[in-house]
Design a binder for this molecule. Structure first.
Ligand code: PBG
Length: 339
C-alpha cells in the first residue's frame, strides 16, 4: 500500500517531532493493552505431581487450592478469564482417554472450586485428548491413524463434562474436522446455549509447544510421533483462513491463532477477513524464550513481554492468551500503558 502524497516530505515533515515528549508519544499512541485483554493460561496438577516445570522455571503447576489463591490475585488485577490445562498422572492416562469423562476428575473439580470462590471470574477449559492419552495425541488412534469422527464424538462428551462443572468457555484445541459444530450441538441439546466456544481455529504444528508438552508429560507419551496430520503446516496461510471460516460457520464465538508471534500475519489476516473476536495464544515456547533471554541478561523480561503483547493487539487481536498475564497486569498497574 503506498502512502498518499499528501503526507509530504522531509524537512517539512519530521516524524520525530511527536516522539519528543512522553505526553505527545502518549497522545499519538495507536494501541492500548489492558489486563482486560489478557487470558491467563495456567497448569493445574493432581496433588502427587511436582509443581516445578523444567522448561518453564518462571511458572508452576498449581494444585487446585493453590490455583484458587492465585486466581484471586489475577481477578483483582483485572484479568477476566483463566484457561485451564490439566496435568494428569500417567497412571490415569489411557489409549481411549477415558479420564476425560470423569466428572470427579481434575478439571471438573478445579472448575467447581474456582466458580465457588470467584463466580465472576470466567473459566475456559481445553477440550482435546492429549492430557489424557497414553500416546499423547489429541485424538483416538488406531494403527497409527488419528481417528476424526470418533474423536469428535468423544470431545463433545468431554465438553459436556466441563459445562456441567460450570465452565464458561469451551476451547477445542484438537484440530479435528467438524468438532466445533458437534460440540455446539451437544451443548445446545443439554441446555448450555449460553456457553461460549473459543476455537483453536488456526493451530499450527509447532515446535514452540515443547515446554507445554514437558509440563503435561505428553512429550514423553508422544515420543517421536508428531501432530502434522491434524495441525496446520507453518507454510500455509490460505488454509488457515479456511479453518477459521469453517469454525465460524460451525458456531465458534471467538477464534484463536496459535502460536502467536511467528503467526502475526495470520492474526492480522483473520481479523481483517472475518471481523470476529480474534485471539492469539502466546505459547509456552514463546514465553520460555523470553524467560531464558532475560535470565541470560540479554533483555528485560517485563519489557519483552509487554512489547510482544502490544504487537498482538496492533496486529488486530482482541486479546491474548499468555502464561505472563499476571506479570503483565502487574506491570501495567505500576506503569500504566499509554492511552
Ligand atoms: C493440546 C494443546 C497444546 C497446547 C495447548 N493445547 C499442545 C499441543 O498441541 O501439542 C500448547 C500450548 C502451549 O504450548 O503453550 N491440545
Amino acid at each position: 500500500m503506498s502512502l498518499p502524497q499528501i503526507l509530504g516530505q522531509f524537512p517539512t515533515v519530521r516524524l520525530r517531532r511527536t516522539r519528543r515528549y512522553e505526553w505527545s508519544r502518549n497522545l499519538v499512541s495507536e494501541t492500548a493493552l489492558s489486563p482486560k485483554d489478557l487470558i491467563w493460561s495456567v497448569f493445574v496438577r493432581e496433588e502427587s505431581i511436582s509443581p516445578e516445570i523444567t522448561s518453564m522455571p518462571r511458572i508452576k503447576r498449581y494444585s487446585v487450592q493453590e490455583l484458587v489463591k492465585e486466581a484471586h490475585k489475577a481477578h483483582d488485577l483485572g484479568i477476566g478469564l483463566l484457561a485451564l490445562f490439566p496435568v494428569i498422572e500417567n497412571k490415569r492416562k489411557s489409549e481411549d482417554a477415558k479420564e476425560c469423562l470423569n466428572d470427579q476428575g481434575l478439571i471438573p473439580t478445579t472448575v467447581r472450586a474456582l466458580k465457588q470462590a470467584l463466580p465472576n471470574l470466567g473459566i475456559m477449559t481445553d477440550v482435546a485428548l492429549d492430557a489424557y492419552t497414553s500416546h499423547g495425541h489429541d485424538g483416538l488412534v488406531t494403527n497409527g491413524e488419528i481417528l476424526n469422527d470418533e474423536t469428535v464424538k468423544l470431545l463433545a462428551k468431554h465438553a459436556i463434562v466441563h459445562a456441567k462443572a460450570g465452565a464458561d468457555v469451551i476451547s477445542p484445541s484438537d484440530m479435528m474436522d467438524g468438532r466445533v459444530g458437534v460440540i455446539r450441538q451437544a451443548l445446545d441439546s443439554e441446555n448450555f446455549e449460553h456457553i461460549q466456544i473459543m476455537s483453536y481455529a488456526a493451530k499450527y504444528a509447532s515446535v514452540f509447544y515443547g515446554p507445554f508438552r514437558d509440563a503435561l508429560g505428553s512429550q514423553s507419551c508422544l515420543g517421536k510421533s508428531h501432530k502434522k496430520s491434524y495441525q496446520l503446516d507453518p507454510a500455509n496461510a490460505n488454509e488457515a483462513l479456511r479453518e477459521v471460516a469453517q469454525d465460524i460457520a460451525e458456531g465458534a464465538d471467538m477464534v484463536m491463532v496459535k502460536p502467536g508471534l511467528p503467526y502475526l500475519d495470520i492474526v492480522a489476516r483473520v481479523k481483517d477477513t472475518f471481523k470476529v473476536p480474534t485471539f492469539a495464544f502466546q505459547v509456552s515456547g514463546e514465553y520460555a524464550m523470553l524467560d531464558l533471554a532475560a535470565k541470560a541478561g540479554w533483555l528485560d523480561f517485563n519489557q519483552g513481554l509487554m512489547e510482544t503483547l502490544i504487537s498482538f493487539k496492533r496486529a488486530g487481536a482482541d486479546g491474548i492468551i499468555t502464561y505472563g498475564a499476571v506479570e503483565a497486569a502487574q506491570f501495567i498497574q505500576k506503569e500504566p500503558i499509554k492511552k
